[in-house]
Design a protein around this ligand. Sequence first.
Ligand code: MG
Length: 385
Amino acid sequence: MKAAALIVAAGRGTRVGGGPKQYRLLGGKPVLRRTVEAFLRHPEIDTVRCVIHPDDASEYAAAVDGFVLLDPVSGGRSRQDSVRMGLESLEGMAPDIVLIHDAARPFVSAAVIDACLKGLDAAEGAIAAMQVHDTLKRGDQQGAIAATIDRTNLWHAQTPQAFRFDAILRAHRSALGHELTDDAAVAERAGLRVVLTPGSHENVKITTIADLVDAESRVSEGQRICRTGIGFDVHRLGPGDRVIICGVEIPHDGALVGHSDADVGLHAITDAVLGAIAAGDIGTHFPPSDHRWRGADSSVFARHAAELVHARGGRIENIDVTIICERPKIGPHRPAMVAKLADIFGLQVECVSVKATTTEGLGFTGRGQGIAAQAATSISFALSS
Ligand code: MG
């Protein structure tokens, strides 16, 4: 056993309200789950144990559901007691190194953990810390400034705090009864050399409601939800010498009949896009009764649908269309169709799929009376907080 992580999750977190903060949800995931995950994922951490409050057994079990880690142990009256009890529970496994970490710091990065581990090369302890940049004031009882503190060499202590296991266990046992606010203070009291390693601004401890709100907006940043739309269209074949499918003109011994250019492919796709944003269908926006759309280029309809998506803050992720006919052969025109659709919808060609199938001679498409198309699309939206 080389490195163990001890997550201190026994606090009651009364300042946040609504139950202990380490079990509150952030982006739908308990804070503690995020914290534990950060250590389980780190390649140099061999095992993880949490110290919990005995009343929180069911919340704990739900928070770490599916994770492989040591059974939790119960904490004590103070944080210091809880850490000592956690360390004692690891004694039999004799890890070389232990990283002690607050459950309420879910944004600890691999880089911060790395820095602590590296710091132990030259010391018995290494803690994540941030240099103080603000000017510090000491106030008097009346709230007036009594003194300005020299901020040179001042640091904010964070966690993880990494230690040689035997040394920190001994230090904690000898500090019994002394009220110290972090494990580095316990180590310092025992005369251990503890170095400061780079923490991060993201590695905040969630203490207040405002911290929780900030954390929530951070996790929802970049998260998107996807909506799916489907579309289907049919046009009859009549006299003529070409058809237009997905914006591409194809010589044929007939023409698709319709009010507009009868582009069955673009119509199916346009309906899929409108469907994904629940904005009606192509007929709602471009009624066949409106003479303006007689013989219209259907890319106008498609571009309008794409604009509606953008106006709602959506992003079209992909388009997939299937053209259903015996003839003309779609295959030779597929690259041109993909390029045309990519242009209309502002997509990379990798996100556009044009497929074709026959109906084995069956039905109206089989008899060459018409051409059908079906389409699907995914449209993503930023998850609002
Ligand atoms: Mg149509």
